[in-house]
Write a protein that binds this ligand. Structure first.
Ligand code: SAM
Length: 445
């Protein structure tokens, strides 16, 4: 343990459950709705929130415009909803995963493409891609079973060869994103929700597919969405996605300048965004070797259980007796399971909340006076213990060292019991019947 005197103190108050007296009045924050909504539907992404949720948050907390930021921008739901409101707004996002950052920026940049130009390009793609010089396979990419079947692979390489020779960078990026969004569907892998080989989950290999038509149809849908955006929305505001960590936000955002943050940080469930987008990172040339992914892994919010489980006990960087007691209990659980036992998970959670603390500190520094942060976050069940991430972040936010006010903490929705990603078969103690839920934590500076 570090010297407690040096650490900021978080008061061990009673839990804040009384704040969650009713379900939130916001639209359901589930991302599923985005799968059918224009532009948002271009790229599926795990654990985000819906466009309608963001729209409600902006209406409520920043109706007159201003700088709106998403520190964990994912594929850009907050940014897109912000810029569609016109020039009274500006959107800035940070996203450490280069593929997600690329997806978000490409969506924003595509809004001003000429639809006729996109449609002409799709026609040419259909006609020319099968005979163009093929691209080469990404050299560093490895997969347990062949990622593409022998009849699919040449089509993919020809398709990419055609895309790489597009001169307009906006158009090229649109086609690359179309490829990115269908590339796993065309492969021998699938999302379950982690990336898994098809035979591994009882599905047949994908022996053949019409790759050209799958990509072309995707671009057709994108063109439709751009057309309807241009018909229905104002001239979009400026939107920038920094493909970097929120930890560098002070390099690009002035102190006390953010009107509203709408975000959903990674949950404490060890979902490995990076591993699950490995194909995209290599095939779209954001990574050439595992070393390229290491730095991103290290900079990711909460790190990953795999990177901290074998380290000596990791202390909290702030003093919070109630949380420390929970982590101490966790360290005593299932010790016979080695790094699968409680100790590894306690390290994971300590890192997660240390990063959570820094995230909130930066938020307090960059929010304008009266500015708000709307944070969607879920609890976790770790080795049978119910870890109420929302309440813990609320306590941290209110501490003297951070100084934000908790305006509300509302349940957004309950999810099924259990957690497919981190729950071990060993469940102990009172959390046996604990429910996974998601909350909306609203903070004010
Ligand atoms: C829950 S997702 C956000 C999804 C987003 N709300 C959407 O609708 O697409 C969390 C995101 O945080 C990103 N992330 C993790 N650590 C980060 C960091 N230090 N800085 C910026 N982004 C980070 C992950 O790559 C992931 O895309």
């Amino acid at each position: 343990m570090t010297n407690p005197v040096a650490r900021p103190k978080i008061a061990a108050r009673t839990l804040m459950l009384d704040l969650k007296v009713h379900r939130s009045g916001f639209s359901d924050p589930a991302f599923t709705e985005n799968r059918t909504s224009g532009i948002h539907r271009w790229v599926p992404w795990i654990a985000g929130f819906s466009a309608a949720f963001v729209a409600d948050a902006i209406d409520k907390h920043a109706p007159d415009g201003g700088l709106i930021v998403d520190p964990f921008a994912g594929v850009g739901t907050t940014l897109l909803e912000t810029i569609r409101r016109g020039v009274a707004y500006e959107a800035i996002g940070f996203e450490i995963n280069p593929y997600a950052a690329f997806a978000a920026q490409t969506k924003l940049d595509s809004l001003c493409l000429r639809v006729s130009e996109v449609l002409r390009a799709v026609d040419r793609f259909r006609a020319e891609a099968p005979t163009v010089t093929p691209a080469s396979e990404p050299p560093g990419f490895r997969s347990r079973i062949p990622f593409y079947s022998p009849r699919v692979l040449p089509q993919v390489l020809h398709g990419l060869g055609w895309i790489h020779q597009i001169k307009s960078s906006k158009l090229r990026r649109l086609f690359l994103l179309a490829f990115g969004s269908v590339m796993v569907k065309l492969s021998n892998y699938s999302y379950e929700p982690s990336l898994t080989s098809r035979p591994g989950v009882g599905k047949a290999l994908l022996e053949d597919a019409d790759v050209y038509e799958t990509i072309a149809e995707k671009v057709d849908h994108m063109a439709e969405d751009i057309a309807s955006f241009q018909r229905d929305s104002l001239a979009p505001a400026m939107g920038t996605v920094h493909p970097r960590s929120w930890a560098v936000a002070e390099e690009v955002i002035d102190e006390a300048s953010i009107q509203l943050i709408v975000t959903s940080p990674p949950y404490a469930n060890n979902y490995h965004y990076l591993r699950n987008t490995r194909p995209h990172l290599y095939w779209l040339r954001f990574a050439n070797s595992p070393d390229d992914l290491k730095a991103i892994e290290q900079g990711s919010f909460g790190k990953f259980w795999q990177t901290v489980r074998d380290l000596p006990p990791i202390p909290l960087t702030f003093e919070f007796p109630a949380l420390e007691a929970t982590l101490d209990t966790l360290r005593t659980l299932n010790t016979e399971k080695g790094h699968y036992g409680g100790g590894g998970w306690a390290n994971y959670l300590a890192t997660y909340f240390n990063d959570g603390y820094q995230f909130l500190k930066r938020t307090a520094h960059l929010l304008a006076p009266g500015g708000k942060a709307v944070i969607v976050i879920g609890n976790s069940i770790v080795q049978g213990l119910d870890i109420r991430t929302d309440e813990i972040l609320a306590h941290l936010a209110e501490s003297d060292a951070i100084g934000l006010t908790v305006e509300s903490l509302e349940i957004a929705r309950n999810k099924r019991v259990g957690n497919s990603i981190i729950n071990s078969s060993v469940r102990t103690g009172p959390a046996k019947s604990a429910t996974l839920y998601e909350s909306i934590l609203t903070l004010r500076r």
